[in-house]
Design a protein. Sequence first.
Length: 73
Amino acid sequence: MAPSERERLTQLLALTPHKKDEQAVAELFVLVYDQLRALAERYLKQEPGGHTLQPTALVHEAFLRLIDQTRVN
């Protein structure tokens, strides 16, 4: 992720919990979805078999937690 993308990501994370800006949430999702999906897939491959969590579900849960932050550093 380029420095300007990281800066924009930080701005969007800071904005979303306070403003509930749907456009900011949508932009944030586009910026991080592919990266989160790849991380989730790699993480779940390391887990023992038999779990029911799918990478997409894990990404959606992580994203919901990201936009629900009250403070971003």
